[in-house]
Design a protein around this ligand. Structure first.
Ligand code: UD1
Ligand code: CA
Length: 245
């Protein structure tokens, strides 16, 4: 798994934190939250990490410059999670191994769960493995749509979901394992045709399935570790979990 590279998305604005400090630099138990994500990626076997920066990019980059295994890709305009990954093409477009994609604001992620995604990708020779979790608190999260045999069909964002799809309790954690070349081929086909007018990374899973590639959704994470920090309250919750660990 040593050929795996991680992409960590950290370009988005963080209005709801009500703070001038970029979200990913907020400390939890004394360290910027993004550093926990970097640790989890390393533990999962990533030999290199590409951090996508945008909002206050210079400050984020300066604060993390001492991580010698981290490179930076700039997303000048935040046009969506798929667009954020497109911004790594210059650095990773020729990478032939697996890619692990994570969000920079999820500091409770556990290395072994992420390693599990890479293992499924390899063992099943899949093009994409979507990291899912089960929760009744699915508000705002992407839902995992499966067919009646349980096979993965697509991820639908809450805003684009039918009332029936909104009931689905298996959600997208935002963590993915992709075959590198397959991901960049899929990104070429992503269009911003959705309620937010954004380029969604989540569409790549369905695009690859339609290309005839193997796409799986694996429940290797638990909902707690996938928790994102969007508000000061959530930051406090995350710190409480870290302390109890
Ligand atoms: C995303 C997923 C959703 C999933 C959820 C899990 C998509 C379309 N949706 O939704 O299915 O359940 O995460 O938390 O991917 N970012 C950038 N550049 C951008 C946009 C986002 O770097 O242009 C970064 C953000 O900084 C953040 C991460 O990507 O770290 C996720 O973005 P966010 O806007 O929070 O996605 P959600 O709407 O929560
Ligand atoms: Ca989020």
């Amino acid at each position: 798994m040593s050929d795996a590279v991680a992409i960590v998305l950290a370009a988005g604005k963080s209005k709801r934190m009500k703070s001038d400090l970029p979200k990913v630099l907020h400390p939890a138990c004394g360290r910027p939250i993004v550093e926990y994500v970097l640790d989890a990626a390393r533990q999962a076997g990533a030999s290199k990490i590409v951090l996508v920066v945008g909002h206050q990019a210079e400050l984020v980059q300066k604060s993390l410059a001492h991580h010698s295994d981290v490179q930076f890709a700039l997303q000048t305009e935040q046009l969506g999670t798929g667009h954020a990954v497109m911004c790594t093409r210059e650095l990773l477009g020729t990478h032939t191994g697996p890619l692990l994609i994570l969000a920079g604001d999820t500091p409770l992620l556990q290395g072994p769960s992420l390693g599990g995604l890479l293992k499924v990708l390899k063992d099943e020779q899949a093009a994409c493995v979507v990291g899912t979790a089960r929760t009744e608190n699915n508000a705002g999260l992407g839902r995992i749509v499966r067919d009646d045999k349980g096979a993965f069909l697509r991820i639908v964002e809450q805003r684009d979901a039918t009332p029936e799809e909104q009931q689905i309790t298996e959600i997208n954690t935002g963590c993915f394992a992709f075959d590198g070349p397959a991901l960049f081929a899929a990104l070429d086909q992503v269009r911003p045709e959705n309620a937010q007018g954004e380029y969604y990374l989540t569409d790549c899973a369905e695009i690859l399935r339609k290309m005839g590639k193997k796409v799986l959704a694996a429940c290797t994470l638990d909902i707690q570790e996938a928790m994102g920090v969007n508000t000061q309250e959530q930051l406090a919750e995350v710190e409480a979990v870290m302390r109890s660990r």
